[in-house]
Design a protein around this ligand. Structure first.
Ligand SMILES: [Zn+2]
Length: 226
């Protein structure tokens, strides 16, 4: 493994049996580039140079975020509140739940960061399922449409998507970190696509009728209208 520095950005080069060059910014703000085995230094430097603005922005953003370790007492956002995590070291059962204003995490393998992280993801997924189950029918009534089903997953760039052909709605599990109005807004947004496909004036006219204070959720989720 070697490193290449272009202006103020240092990148760790990982040579692999791959076809393309891929730049990544890790949560630790370390930058890596995966390249095909025989890629020349010039080609790698050129790729870094053409992405300098994006790399600087990404590195600065990650450096500004405190590194999460998921330690006892550390707080994490759940439905818009900062909730402390409590780890139960002596448990043989694996569990992650929100109870009495705490996130209770128990597992025999708690010393592993990956295990703590996985349990916290389980907790967010469970919270989302509970909340969407509650909002699913009322939101469809509000929008006057019927969807077939919803599915949950973690997404990097979107809060939700709607497959209008299958009438299936995908929701980003990270919504469980924001006030519930944000989830309701995204759900209504995706349901509105069953009435109007593009993000046009008619689409937003419907949406603001379904949720007049939806702009507050947009602000919280930093959604830009195109
Ligand atoms: Zn949309």
């Amino acid at each position: 493994m070697d490193q290449i520095t272009v202006e103020d950005i240092t990148v760790t080069v990982i040579r692999k049996k791959v076809k393309r060059l891929t730049l990544r910014i890790l949560p630790s703000s370390m930058v890596t580039i995966t390249v095909p085995l025989n890629t020349g230094t010039d080609r790698i430097a050129q790729m870094i140079r053409s992405h300098l603005a994006w790399l600087r922005q990404g590195v600065a953003k990650r450096a500004a975020q405190p590194q999460r370790l998921f330690q006892n007492g550390e707080t994490i956002p759940v439905w818009g509140e900062q909730v402390p995590i409590r780890f139960m070291n002596n448990s043989l059962r694996r569990c992650a739940k929100l109870a009495q204003g705490q996130v209770i995490i128990a597992s025999p393998r708690l010393s592993e960061f990956k295990e703590r992280e996985a349990l916290i993801k389980d907790m967010y997924t469970y919270e989302m399922r509970q909340a969407v189950d509650r909002l699913w029918i009322p939101c469809q009534k509000t929008a006057g449409v019927q969807a077939k089903e919803y599915r949950l997953r973690f997404m990097r760039t979107r809060w939700g998507t709607c497959n209008t052909t299958l009438r299936r709605i995908w929701l980003n599990i990270d919504l469980a970190k924001y006030p519930e109005m944000c989830l309701r807004y995204v759900l209504l947004h995706e349901l509105t696509h069953l009435l109007v496909k593009p993000h046009n004036t008619q689409f937003y006219a419907y949406l603001s009728r379904f949720m007049p204070d939806g702009y507050q959720a947009e602000l919280l989720l930093k959604i830009k209208r195109q």
